[in-house]
Design a protein around this ligand. Structure first.
Ligand code: NI
Length: 182
């Protein structure tokens, strides 16, 4: 398996709308495996295909680490792949969670979202699934689904905060490019 580089904001590929997967096949499963490996290595609890430059409606998540009261289980503990996901219901009740993003490293901000969702998707075998999630899984799934629509969690913040975070990321990218050139 291969780890893929994760795109850092700002990047036009993080702002595009991803295309639906027409058929879930071995290529889809290979993509899912690469995404899971990339996510665990980061480490992160969710990763969407556009974050590795693949504009397909696929994301992976594993929130099991957050379930453990002490210590984290050895990954992969509860890897989930969602293909062509769709939120079919969300609660009026909202919840605030501190969010971060592998494409916006080291930045964490409170985001308000519906507390519960029902989500329909295809699994890695192409089977239809429907799940109702709350807590960290609901947050993670909404955050990752946003990526498939070119949306980032900083879009929920005020423009001052968003601009500040974006300039920090530009600086980070310049520094990383410099390190690479050395
Ligand atoms: Ni993200």
């Amino acid at each position: 398996m291969t780890r893929r580089p994760i795109l850092i904001h700002p990047d036009p590929r993080l702002r595009r709308t991803a295309d639906p997967v027409e058929t879930v096949n071995d290529a889809t499963r290979a993509l899912v495996d690469e995404m899971l490996e990339t996510m665990y290595a980061a480490p992160g609890i969710g990763l969407a295909a556009p974050q590795i430059g693949v504009l397909q409606r696929v994301f992976v998540m594993d929130c099991s680490g957050r379930d453990a009261e002490e210590g984290e289980p050895e990954p992969p503990a509860d890897p989930v792949a969602l293909i062509n996901p769709e939120i079919v219901w969300f609660s009026e009740e909202t919840a605030v969670e501190r969010e971060g993003c592998l494409s916006i490293p080291e930045m964490y901000e409170d985001v308000t979202r519906p507390a519960k969702i029902r989500i329909r998707y295809l699994d890695r075998d192409g089977g239809e699934q429907e799940q109702e999630w709350e807590g960290i899984r609901a947050v993670c799934a909404q955050h990752e689904l946003d990526h498939l629509n070119g949306k980032l969690f900083i879009d929920y913040l005020g423009s001052v905060k968003r601009t500040m975070i974006t300039s920090k990321m530009k600086k980070l990218k310049r520094e990383r490019a410099k390190d690479k050139a050395k």
